[in-house]
Design a binder for this molecule. Structure first.
Ligand code: HEM
Ligand SMILES: *[C@@H]1O[C@H](CO)[C@@H](O)[C@H](O)[C@H]1NC(C)=O
Ligand SMILES: *[C@@H]1O[C@H](CO)[C@@H](O)[C@H](O)[C@H]1NC(C)=O
Ligand SMILES: *[C@@H]1O[C@H](CO)[C@@H](O)[C@H](O)[C@H]1NC(C)=O
Ligand SMILES: *[C@@H]1O[C@H](CO)[C@@H](O)[C@H](O)[C@H]1NC(C)=O
Length: 600
């Protein structure tokens, strides 16, 4: 019949936005699928069967046989499957991952004792840090362009690292020898396994403050350079706070105030916000061309991607205020320090706060461990722990958590769908930052599982799945073994759901052929926010990345690095709640990663 003009504008805006998002995702997509030159001339490679166990390394011989190199695996035999004495004892002492996980997530009296007694707590942390990081290659061995160890994996830091090398291109199937010769159709996989019909809220009452923390935190090191290819990163090897300060020196200088160490800000009704983009000449933020966004709502943030969503803008604002607050504290202690020293010292403190909050609030919620997860870097000093980290491309894929994202959000009784919020700060400036943050706090995030992927982000999922294929990821069971979990024996064991098991059987034929990401998020429910496999793989990458940060190393981890006792104290007492309460105008109630009971 007719459309009111407001609706018409909305329809048009939605179209432009979908177009903009799609272009964002599909730019240079052809590059991702270029075929790498295959120079090998192999008609049969026994290593395609991945015969070596316990991380033994397969080498094919010229007579089409193979040997497994079992060095340092504590195993021997043709396939490195027989444990040495020491290997046997160690294996016997190691609890089964599923059992250990079940203990850690149960409210046992022993955790209350551990939590209450500092030296026991430190001992538990030492065990967690070391046992987790032992699973990560350090230094790295693999990148995505070779199915064997290369020196480039270490020295060419434009590569993401790989935990398992790609399946060689000459193998009969994408997974080596099992499964179909061709991957199942990606659209069919998305439609049958991932697409959301109705929103499924997460168990454990996870809220949107958590969802946006995850995105804001991880995009400092997940920065695929799609122009170059999905195996390359623009970023650095860990928590560098580049999402707050900028990745390049040029970006960093654009948003620095060059006074008292502070970052540039704009004052609105007595509150500090990031500056407008028009006031920061020459800075590139990823606003899509062709979308009419008023100059008054374009901002200069630490990360060019963070214009995308008001939740990222909110975190950017809070961290900006925290940085400037820390600068005030430092200046009071050291009135003789110049801008440069205040800036760099505050940045070290902020990095410490990020790690502290990530470990003690974020990982605590994610894991649902009943033992308190603590940030105590000194416990690994004088151990075998290596202060070196690189980002693995499998970690980037595992962290595609778009299932958390609900289709919309209610702010003080107004509903905004995701598209209303793209590249907009309206929800913040209409209701006020504090009200917006309370809304993130009281809206539930989605469940990380099958049939819960919102349609808006399907292009992101599709591209990621296609990239994992272009990069020849090994199957979920290879990764289970790599992280010392026993491989799934059947589709039913994986999913715990007959219907989904049948769908996956139809797509993949063999359990060992199930793709990495598909396996991760079709696994049956467990006691954590994510499935057991996600926790037992994400955990090691995450712990390693957080604790291998230079600030945790013996020569950094001391008060003077952080401007003295006062700065060190800020790091050691940081929490999510303090971060928000110190930097909101009012009403910082219930700041947490779970929805308060009153709004359930
Ligand atoms: C809130 C709504 C969200 C939207 C609209 C969104 C959108 C996007 C887009 C457009 C990309 C770029 C994809 C490409 O160019 O191929 C992306 C990448 C990504 N997103 Fe999200 N996302 C959202 C939330 C999240 C959340 C909550 C997480 C959880 C941590 C997340 C994790 C990632 C990761 C890991 C990448 C890959 C980054 C890279 O490798 O450069 N996203 N997302
Ligand atoms: C080693 O693995 C191959 C391939 O999986 C298998 O056929 C063979 O029987 C195994 N050999 C031993 C000694 O276990
Ligand atoms: C890293 O490897 C890529 C792919 O081979 C190459 O294009 C790039 O020049 C290398 N970078 C450095 C710094 O060697
Ligand atoms: C991404 O890769 C392209 C193509 O190799 C290169 O020109 C560009 O500098 C890279 N971007 C960043 C930010 O590293
Ligand atoms: C919610 O909206 C009502 C009506 O517009 C307004 O009076 C109230 O102050 C708002 N509450 C908050 C917390 O912003």
């Amino acid at each position: 019949m007719y459309l009111r003009s407001m609706e018409l504008t909305k329809v048009r805006r939605t179209h432009v936005l979908v177009g903009a998002l799609a272009t964002l995702v599909w730019i240079n997509v052809a590059k991702d699928y270029r075929d790498y030159p295959v120079k090998t001339n192999v008609d049969h490679d026994p290593c395609c069967e991945f015969p070596c166990e316990n991380q033994g390394v397969c080498i094919s011989l010229k007579d089409k046989s193979y040997i497994c190199d079992c060095t340092n695996t504590e195993h021997y035999g043709t396939n490195c499957s027989t444990p040495t004495w020491i290997g046997w004892v160690r294996k016997g002492l190691q609890p089964d991952p599923a059992t250990l996980h079940a203990w850690l997530t149960q409210d046992l009296w022993v955790w209350r004792v551990v939590n209450a007694v500092p030296f026991l707590s430190d001992y538990a942390m030492k065990y967690i840090y070391l046992s987790r990081s032992d699973l990560i290659d350090s230094p790295v061995r693999f990148e995505s362009d070779h199915s064997y160890t290369t020196l480039d994996a270490y020295f060419n830091e434009t590569y993401y690292a790989r935990t398992l090398p790609p399946t060689p291109r000459h193998c009969p199937t994408p997974m080596g020898v099992v499964g179909p010769k061709e991957y199942p159709d990606v659209d069919e996989v998305i439609q049958k396994v991932f697409l959301r019909k109705t929103f499924i809220p997460g168990p454990f009452k996870t809220n949107l403050l958590f969802q946006y923390y995850a995105q804001h935190f991880t995009h400092q090191f997940f920065r695929t350079n799609y122009t170059k290819g999905p195996q390359f990163t623009k970023g650095n090897g860990g928590v560098d706070a580049s999402n707050i300060y900028g990745l390049t020196e040029s970006h960093r200088r654009h948003i620095r105030l060059f006074k008292d160490g502070k970052l540039k800000y704009r004052e609105v009704n007595g509150e500090h916000f990031p500056p407008l983009l028009k006031d920061v000449e020459g800075l590139d933020m990823e606003y899509p061309p062709g979308l009419p966004i008023p100059e008054e709502s374009k901002h200069a943030l630490g990360h060019p991607f963070y214009a995308l969503l008001p939740g990222l803008f909110a975190y950017s604002t809070i961290w900006l205020r925290e940085h400037n607050r820390v600068c005030d504290v430092l200046k009071e202690e050291h009135p003789h320090w110049d801008d440069e020293r205040l800036y760099h010292t505050a940045k070290l403190i902020i990095t410490g706060e990020i790690i502290k909050i990530t470990v003690e609030n974020y990982v605590q919620h994610l894991s649902q461990y009943k033992v308190n997860v603590k940030f105590r870097p000194h416990v690994v000093h004088n151990t075998r722990f290596q202060f070196h980290n690189r980002i693995n491309v499998e970690f980037d894929h595992l962290y595609h958590w778009h299932q958390l994202v609900p289709d919309g959000i209610t702010i003080n009784d107004t509903y905004y769908d995701l598209m209303d919020m793209a590249f907009s700060v309206k929800p913040i400036f209409t209701h006020g930052l504090d009200t917006f943050i309370q809304a993130l706090n009281s809206n539930r995030a989605g469940k990380m599982g099958p049939h819960n992927h919102g349609v808006v982000n399907v292009p992101v999922l599709k591209r990621m799945l296609l990239n994992s294929r272009a990069l020849r990821f090994q199957g979920i069971n290879s990764y289970r073994k790599r992280f010392k979990m026993s491989p799934f024996k059947s589709f039913e064991e994986l999913t715990g759901d007959q219907e989904l098991a049948d769908v996956l059987r139809g797509l993949y034929g063999h359990i060992d052929a199930v793709e990495f990401y598909v396996g991760l998020f079709t696994e049956h429910d467990g006691p954590s926010v994510m499935s057991l496999t996600v926790v037992n793989m994400g955990g090691p990458w995450s712990v390693k990345g957080l604790i291998a940060n230079p600030i945790c190393s013996p020569q950094y981890w001391k008060p003077s690095t952080f401007g003295g006792e006062k700065g060190f104290e800020i790091v050691n007492t940081a929490s999510l709640e303090k971060l928000f309460c110190r930097n909101m105008k009012s009403k910082c109630q219930n700041i947490d990663f779970v929805v308060p009971d009153s709004s359930l």
